[in-house]
Design a protein. Structure first.
Length: 115
């Protein structure tokens, strides 16, 4: 929960680095929230209203966290745009998201792991 709250505290912070753990816990929490909201939407018969509102709310924090995650492996945040290429772009971003942090200080700041 701590990493999810940190992502919201830095929701428009595109500077610095984000650990793999912080990124994946944010993704997991958002997935669980989306499923729960989808179930609630079905029960209430609201279409996808709650899910859509939540998706809009997490849009900027997700992009900012993705940029900081790319910074953690020494890549520019512009690499997020490769996700616009169907399938291949998503695979590349998945590999980047799974890559371990670049040790020490890089051009985006110190290692958040403290290594």
């Amino acid at each position: 929960m701590e990493y999810y709250i940190d992502a919201w505290k830095n929701y428009v912070n595109f500077q610095g680095r984000a650990r793999r753990k912080a990124y994946w816990l944010f993704v997991l929490f958002n997935f669980i929230a989306a499923v729960l909201l989808g179930v609630i939407d079905s029960i209430l018969g609201t279409g996808a209203m709650l899910s859509s509102i939540y998706s809009l709310a997490v849009f900027l924090p997700s992009i900012a966290l993705g940029v900081r995650r790319l910074h953690d492996i020494g890549r520019s945040g512009w690499w997020l745009l490769i996700g616009l290429i169907p399938l291949v772009g998503w695979i590349v971003l998945l590999v980047f998201a799974l890559t371990n942090s670049q040790p020490g200080v890089n051009q985006y700041g110190p290692n958040p792991k403290g290594e």
